[in-house]
Write a protein that binds this ligand. Sequence first.
Ligand code: ZN
Length: 166
Amino acid sequence: MALRNIVTQGDPALAKKCREVTEFNDRIRQLIDDLGDTLLESGGVGLAAPQVGVLRRVIVVLETNVGEDEDEILYELVNPEIIEQSGEQSGPEGCLSVPGVYGIVTRPEYVKVRAYDRDGEPFEVEAHGLTARCFCHEIDHLDGHLFTEKAERILDPEELAEDGEE
Ligand code: ZN
């Protein structure tokens, strides 16, 4: 288990377009492992490579919409791409790289994402609700975008206490 340091807003890594992964080697697999460990430790639901200062197109997303007796699923996606989306949801969103800030962001309710696994095998994954929101948020990171750019408004602390956090 290896934890990496999560960089925060203002770090240049968060504003850059990340490069595609072309070689599926041990270095990439180590990065994926570390992203997973760091995400689980942080208590968040998604993490992108640039958030640990690595400018490659890799994200991990936790699927929390599972049955009571089931374990959460940790998706590992290399070179992810949204190939279908539908619906709309508007709700509070936060980011491990923008601690303590939450804003209302509109995202698709459903997305289908195409990506590669750690061995370079292509696959597709579908997501609804919070997980769909998370895929969009993390893929935005790969293009150097933070949710604060898309937020219709930033919540003030009192609203936050009422809404809880996502
Ligand atoms: Zn984020």
